[in-house]
Write a protein that binds this ligand. Structure first.
Ligand code: HEM
Length: 230
């Protein structure tokens, strides 16, 4: 079968980056603003990591109350999802540090990248399965299924492009992929906002199953398009 993945990358991202390969010079260090953004991203990622780690106790008292029965009956897929996602949310921010992509640290970047992508594969497969059982019915199930599929596909594309030594396109797929990983954070932030606004939980959950990832994707496309114009 013919391989058209390079065409997909070229369509989603710019032609300029299509031609860049592993020999592309690395980007400069972060600006102050980017450093602040990175710190906030790491802080929120750590919070979610801690929040999710409650599930490792396997104590049903800490489970999402409306879904306790579903989670007890599907513990293997739930744990696959949570452990894989925890790895990804924690490793992701470090992979964007310019320093880790050069010199002696490049090997660490490669190993963390492999663990990250394994996390996406395991967490995404578990997430895809859990999406079919999500609280709220068809609307949330579709929202989470779309997210899980985009998560898996963008992870696969990030892997494929780095195997092809297309460094810039790989970085762009990783930006898209981590923006989707970050849906785990934005989902909970939106839930807090909806909780304060007094919206009932179910309505908020229906909205949040789409709102947790669609704007993140737009932000990732915006970041990637800014990179082209530098
Ligand atoms: C980005 C792709 C993700 C997808 C597609 C996804 C999908 C899902 C689905 C479908 C559920 C079940 C929801 C329900 O029962 O209504 C779930 C629950 C859960 N997910 Fe994810 N998720 C993603 C990211 C993450 C991340 C990054 C984390 C944390 C590191 C995470 C941690 C959890 C936890 C702890 C639960 C249990 C429910 C709760 O207490 O909130 N997920 N996820």
């Amino acid at each position: 079968m013919k391989d058209y993945s390079h065409l997909i990358s070229a369509r989603i991202f710019s032609n300029r980056s299509k031609e860049q390969t592993i020999s592309t010079p690395q980007k400069k260090a972060f600006s102050k603003k980017a450093g602040l953004g990175w710190s906030l991203m790491l802080f929120l990622a750590l919070l979610l990591f801690l929040l999710a780690s409650r599930y490792l106790t396997l104590n049903p008292d800490v489970y999402f109350p409306e879904q306790k029965g579903v989670y007890i009956a599907n513990t293997t897929f739930l744990l696959m999802h949570i452990i894989g996602s925890m790895l990804a949310i924690l490793i992701g921010p470090f992979q964007f540090l310019p320093k880790i992509r050069t010199g002696r640290l490049l090997n660490l970047h490669r190993w963390l990248g492999r663990i990250y992508l394994l996390g996406i594969l395991i967490g995404g497969t578990g997430g895809l399965y859990m999406a079919q059982l999500a609280y709220g019915g068809i609307v949330t199930r579709l929202g989470f299924t779309t997210l899980a599929l985009l998560w898996l596909v963008s992870g696969g594309m990030a892997y494929k492009t780095i195997r092809n030594k297309q460094l810039e396109i790989h970085r762009k797929w990783m930006t898209v992929n981590y923006a989707l990983t970050f849906a785990g954070v934005t989902l909970r932030l939106w839930q807090v906002i909806f909780g304060i606004s007094g919206l009932d939980f179910l309505t908020g959950y229906l909205i949040v199953s789409w709102l947790c990832w669609a704007p993140n994707l737009l932000v990732a496309f915006w970041i990637n398009s800014r990179d082209n114009s530098v």
